[in-house]
Design a protein around this ligand. Structure first.
Ligand SMILES: C[S@@+](CC[C@H](N)C(=O)[O-])C[C@H]1O[C@@H](n2cnc3c(N)ncnc32)[C@H](O)[C@@H]1O
Length: 224
């Protein structure tokens, strides 16, 4: 648990990551977490990233560019995609179009509440048949949204694939950002006891760079 100067260092980095940009668009992720996601995309041959929580579109663009690189290495088919969900998508659409007028070739913006099962069906309609998916949950970081994300979107994760639940730091008192009540880690723990959840395990060894915003949030599906 960070204390003293280490805690101060963490808090400065946290403030910095809230101001960060990718290709001119806001992206809210620590570099160490982006690096680990890069490893997982490569290892699991991810063709489709399902992102829950688009915000201003920077992370969707980052995922799209990583998938484009995987396709250039013939690691995944050319028909790669990011399907990203938020309650409203008007601003993300405008910003993405400004950054890359052809963004919609590979990024699908889905509007809706992740707690609504119809939204996961809508996401499904954007996934090429047989594509391997990786899911990243980055919505409100409450118990309810985390549980809903796992309940409705874990079905897209293939054998040995990954589901990343972001911002379990809301359950670490020293690291909890202001205004957050926590609930992410308890939701993961409860969901893991369900029939579907039992097929996943928490990969704490993936918190590899010493710093992650997602403690207990790196989940991998079993072989079968
Ligand atoms: C932390 S931001 C996402 C940040 C973005 N992924 C990034 O890395 O830059 C969270 C987003 O989740 C959205 N959100 C919150 N609750 C949601 C819900 N129930 N369903 C869909 N989106 C939700 C918010 O509107 C907000 O844009």
């Amino acid at each position: 648990m960070p204390e003293g100067r280490l805690l101060q260092y963490w808090k400065e980095r946290e403030r910095q990551h809230l101001r960060d940009v990718y290709a001119g668009l806001r992206i809210k992720k620590f570099p160490e977490d982006l690096r680990m996601i890069e490893h997982l995309l490569w290892l699991s041959r991810t063709q489709v990233v399902i992102e829950l929580g688009t915000h201003l579109g920077g992370s969707a663009l980052w995922f799209r560019d990583r998938l484009r690189t995987l396709a250039a290495y013939a690691r995944v088919p050319q028909d790669f995609r990011v399907v990203t969900v938020d309650l409203a998508q008007g601003r993300a659409h405008d910003l993405l179009r400004g950054a890359d007028p052809s963004y919609a070739e590979h990024i699908a913006l889905v509007e809706g509440d992740i707690a609504d099962p119809a939204v996961s069906d809508l996401v499904s309609s954007h996934i090429p048949s047989g594509a391997r998916c990786l899911v990243v949950e980055d919505t409100a970081h409450t118990y309810d949204t985390t549980y809903a994300a796992l309940e409705h979107f874990s079905r897209f994760v293939p054998a040995c694939g990954y589901f990343v639940v972001e911002d379990g730091i809301v359950d670490v008192p020293q690291l909890r950002p202001p205004g957050m009540d926590g609930g992410v880690v308890p939701a993961i723990r409860d969901w893991l006891t369900t029939d579907t959840g039992r097929r996943f395990r928490v990969r704490r060894d993936l918190e590899r760079y010493g710093i992650t915003c997602h403690p207990h949030g790196w989940l991998q599906r079993a072989h079968s």
